[in-house]
Write a protein that binds this ligand. Sequence first.
Ligand SMILES: *Cc1c(COP(=O)(O)O)cnc(C)c1O
Length: 408
Amino acid sequence: MQAATQSDSSTGATFNERDALWPNYSPPQDLVFTHGLGTELYTESGETYLDFLSGIAVTAFGHSHPHLVEALGAQSKKLWHVSNVFRIPEAEKLARRLAEASFADRIFFANSGTEAIEASIKAVRGYQAAVGKPERHRIIGMSDSFHGRTIAAVAASGNPSYVQNFAPTDHGFDHIAWGDMAALDAAITDNTAGVIVETVQGEGGIRPLTAEMLSHIRQVCDARGLLLILDEVQCGVGRSGKLFAYETFGIEPDILASAKGLGGGFPIGACLVSEKVGQHMVVGTHGSTFGGNPLAAAVGNAVLDLVFEPGLLENVRKQADTLRAGLEELVSECPAVLSKVSGLGLMIGARCEIPNVELMTALRRNKLLVGRAGDNMIRLLPPLNVSDAHVTQALDILRLEVRRLQQF
Ligand SMILES: *Cc1c(COP(=O)(O)O)cnc(C)c1O
């Protein structure tokens, strides 16, 4: 590297400091958070922001939750990492709790969503090979999906924008238009091994599959000997108003990928599978150095404590109803700005009739942080324990800015 650029700020990152990072992100240059508490984020100069993005559905209980701080602190003083060469009681406990609360019997821990997806893909192929159908190796996904950024995950996503420059990506994925059930039936061949879908599509536009679609997919998988992977990296762990979103639709997957909210901000991912699938993932088939280490698993257990607290999932549903009702009113009142509300639980999308970035920037000027999604949407992902007062505050800011933009 050539001459280093000196920072002129004592603690904050400067523009020049960013020069040493890949230029693959574009954060607002003048905004740096120093700490957070619950749904609020603070800057060095003392400004307070309302965080309705939660680090993209990750800080499920907001910032600095005392139970999570305590769990991480306590574990950090005991043991950080031993690798999966040795037993990890915290991970065994987390796996047991996830299995008891879901369809799953066996859990593999990873460090991210995309790794949970990779494990899911390997579990599908591993199963088909183990039951004597090695020719079944292709997986059918839906258009506009997002399954992560590794080569296999972008190949599974069926979104040309993620694949550009990274060809070849024919690693065994076929795609149908989102929700097109006739196309699904037609796409199945002798080489098909499984189907991968987001129960609630996230990045591509906040879009839940319907109960009819999911039950059709389940029936087709059962009839043709295929495995169903649900990607619940974003919509899982309470965000839908249930522990996992599939519970809303009355079906069960064979494999489920989880991450994001599972660590509440500490990196952890999980691939949950039924015994039928899990029995084949024996020694030598898959692994991870960091996956499910004591720190990550301790925090994951603390997150589950909070998800299972009485009233938490009710809060998700209640705050979701309030937010959606407020947004629906704005859609009727300001159709030149907002045209549709969608989502499930506290994963809420509002489609914009102006560029979504314009509304996002206007909201940020008013100290409300939201995300964006495909289909020109803004995306609300507040913490699962968000309060009435913060929901009211967020809706007030949304009303102010949407009404102002409607005037143009
Ligand atoms: C975020 C996301 C991923 C990828 O997770 P990473 O932790 O970024 O690797 C996969 N699938 C869905 C649905 C996601 O929202």
